[in-house]
Design a binder for this molecule. Structure first.
Ligand SMILES: Nc1ncnc2c1ncn2[C@@H]1O[C@H](COP(=O)(O)OP(=O)(O)O)[C@@H](O)[C@H]1O
Ligand SMILES: [Mg+2]
Length: 364
């Protein structure tokens, strides 16, 4: 089921300002859409509007062609999984999963079939007759998913469903959820504040900040062509390196004068109207080049190594420029670097993200 939001806005009673506003979004049928953003930006508010748990202050919400602004949650044909998934402690896994179907007075046979089907997909078959207290956190979360799944909703809503799990389990569950979605093909809206989770799971990411959509695109769009400085900084780990400076005849010159980067033709064209004006340059950590890969005449910056974090296949170097600016660079793991050593590093000329110094909007 396609979900469309037109100028959707929410102002909570007693609040002076809108919590979210002007949300325009189309979520394609069968998509896995992740709503991402920092804590407090309005993700849950938006999801709860889709669920019908929050009233809509302005705008329109459609499921397919049906306007659902005023439709009761129970009539929306949605299922929602929350961060804290309260299972009924006295009931077995089976009964927990079956609960909503029993409430709907489905036939026993139908219930049994659906519960077994969900248990199989979620690998809970062995635990159907256990109580929640006898199974692990990950299994409990799967029960919560099963409970939502058996209802065969048109739209599946998940609000940070993995954030109570430990790191390892969270990674496993991400993969399981993606698999589950491939199988069920239910339109899904998944809320998280974790950019890595969003990057690995989403067909599309909608990045929210302060109640506004900052960018709506594929994970690759957000990583490789962030629409503004906020997106650039929010997506990616380590965080993108940012310099502030000015454009001076085809060059970026940092405010301290320590960093000069020649712009390639495309970037020069993109900053044609910015000569002498303030800009930000963002460079992701993996786009610095080790000295050994520098070609003759290529620009280099010299930096002193402050901290080395070796992860085996790669290493993160925290380095300092002469003006004390800190940068993080990712280098192949096999290269040798020592703390306090000074090294020259190149910058891939096609790796620059240029943003307007005032509006912070992408220029190139
Ligand atoms: N029921 C409510 N009444 C008033 N303000 C609320 C209510 N629920 C959330 N808010 C406010 O709305 C803002 C967004 O909250 P929320 O949607 O929960 O953000 P997120 O899920 O992105 O962390 C916060 O400032 C929060 O305090
Ligand atoms: Mg929330």
């Amino acid at each position: 089921m396609k979900v469309s939001m037109i100028n959707l806005g929410k102002k909570y009673e007693g609040r002076e300002n809108f919590t979210i506003r002007d949300i325009n979004l189309e979520i394609e049928d069968r998509a896995f859409c992740v709503i991402l953003g920092p804590s407090g930006c309005g993700k849950s508010t938006l999801l709860r509007m889709v669920a019908g748990l929050n009233s809509i202050t302005e705008g329109e919400l459609y499921f397919g062609d049906r306007l659902v602004n005023k439709v009761e949650p129970k009539d929306r044909d949605i299922a929602m999984v929350f961060q804290s998934y309260a299972l009924y402690p006295h009931m077995t896994v089976y009964d927990n999963i079956a609960f909503s179907l029993k409430m709907r007075k489905e036939r026993k046979q139908v219930i049994h079939h659906r519960v077994l089907e969900a248990a199989k997909v979620l690998q809970l078959e062995e635990y159907l007759y256990s109580k929640p207290s006898d199974i692990s956190g990950g299994q409990r979360q799967r029960v919560a998913l099963g409970r939502a799944m058996v209802r065969k909703p048109q739209v599946f809503l998940m609000d940070e469903p993995l954030s109570n799990l430990d790191a390892k389990l969270r990674e496993q569950m991400r993969i399981e959820l993606v698999r589950l979605h491939k199988r069920l093909e239910t339109t899904s809206i998944y809320v998280t504040h974790d950019q890595a989770e969003a990057m690995t799971m989403a067909d599309r990411i909608v990045l929210l900040d302060q109640g506004n959509i900052q960018q709506n695109g594929t994970p690759s769009d957000l990583y490789n062509r962030p629409a503004n400085l906020f997106v650039a900084k929010f997506i990616g780990s380590p965080t993108i390196n940012v310099f502030r400076g000015t454009i001076q005849t085809g060059q970026f010159v940092s405010d301290s004068g320590q960093v000069r980067i020649r712009l390639n033709d495309r970037d020069q064209e993109a900053t044609r109207n910015h000569d002498g004006k303030a800009v930000y340059v963002g460079i992701r950590s993996e786009r610095f080049l080790p000295e050994t890969s520098l070609r003759d005449g290529e620009d280099a910056i010299t930096a002193t190594i402050d901290v080395i974090e070796n992860l085996g296949k790669e290493q993160s170097l925290v380095v300092k420029l002469p003006d004390n600016t800190e940068l993080v660079m990712t280098m192949p793991g096999h290269l040798h670097f020592g703390v306090d050593e000074a090294h020259a590093f190149g910058i891939d000329p096609h790796a620059l993200h240029l943003f307007d110094g005032e509006t912070e909007v992408r220029l190139n």
